[in-house]
Design a binder for this molecule. Sequence first.
Ligand SMILES: [Zn+2]
Length: 493
Amino acid sequence: MESNGGEASRLLREIDTLKAAKSDIEHRISILQSQLGEIVDKEETLSSSCSPVPINDSGVRNGLSPEMIYRYSRHLLLPSFGVQGQSKLLKSSILVVGAGGLGSPALLYLSACGIGRLGIVDHDIVELNNLHQQSKASMNRIDLIIQSDKLISGLNYGFDALIIHTEAYISQSKVTSAAAACRAINSTVQIVEHKEALRTSNALEIMNEYDIVVDATDNLPSRYMISDCCVVLGKPLVSGAALGLEGQLTVYNHNGGPCYRCLFPTPPPTSACQRCSDSGVLGVVPGVIGCLQALEAIKIASAAGEPLSGRMLLFDALSARIRVVKLRGRSLQCEACGENAAFTKQLFREFDYEKFTESPLSASPLKLNLLPRSARISSKEYKEKVVNGEAHVLVDVRPEHHFKIVSLPKSLNIPLSSLEGKLLEISSALKGEEQRSGLVSGSGASLYVVCRRGNDSQRAVQYLHKMGLTSAQDVIGGLESWAHDVDPNFPTY
Ligand SMILES: [Zn+2]
């Protein structure tokens, strides 16, 4: 009993000591807050006009609560930003379209810095294979301006550099996940969730509720649609893109600067567009661009500095170079914002952006259907042929660096781009297989073609048929189908 009593009094003493320390810390915080208030007051007196400054309940002369002053003190201490900049931010509203690789860092910084209202639009769900790089974006066509022979322009891709979505949110809406992360960073920001795809049918209503729009989307029709909608509504647009190891950033439709259509009146051919899901992207690249998008949005919202309007920032990760190039100004002939443009809300609602760009608004992978069923074989059927030991050659038409990631046993890698010069190689592989299986020459080793998703394999089979290899068949759905229907342990990428 005695020892229990001794333990209890030791704990009581420790609690008393901690309480005293807590009281000291609280006292110290209140002294610092009051000192901060004085600094801010001085700042205000030096920089403000003669207009009276409102005094809030706590007696601070700037409309910011003590909590806000404490939370945003580092912003307030910036002479070029200060109380005025922060007050404007707190009153502003920003919509981020896309909660992927670009949207994720943008959303985190926008919530941390104290935007008044932050909207998030996305219809996607969180998946494991986009956790490393949470975003979807697309390249603008700056290369068109700088270097017309190299067009790395923008279609959708599904890369995701995950810095906002966690494994706990797999299979949940990206908006739910992103909103939870933003609230966890700053519970004072009003977060508005739009769990839907942005379309012409809802874009005007959604975007009209915000002062500034951040385009963090992943496809070309969305770029045109968002830009046109910003023109119709008179909103500034912060546009970012990332592909591979390069990123781009600009501000459209702001202070008389150009809109997206001014620079790109006609969409690029779809063949000139690359997708991150096909071409790859290093997650930190959209991370950098997304942060810069947040910065541009903050500059516009707080009227600080010089927004990137009429200029474009180009980021080259490999050489660690950042360049800013001047863009063409607003085009008088622009169909959206030009002198005689009659692009109304009604026309916007009726405009078919998918038809205009010949690209889908959703980021779902392309599924071609070029061949009759007789020229195709399912992954399960192919598996049976392998099990039965059927004499055959499997040509994998993916690029070599894809083949290095993963491939089916005994497949022959001949990328689609070099198929034309490799027909002899295929013929001799077929002959070798016939001899190996003891078949009479010409009586038939089968020829199958596979790729990642079953699109390029169809193109390859079309070509092989034309060149006389009429028995060639493609594996429907490619290696993704193999992994889905035959071998769940086969890696997908
Ligand atoms: Zn324009």
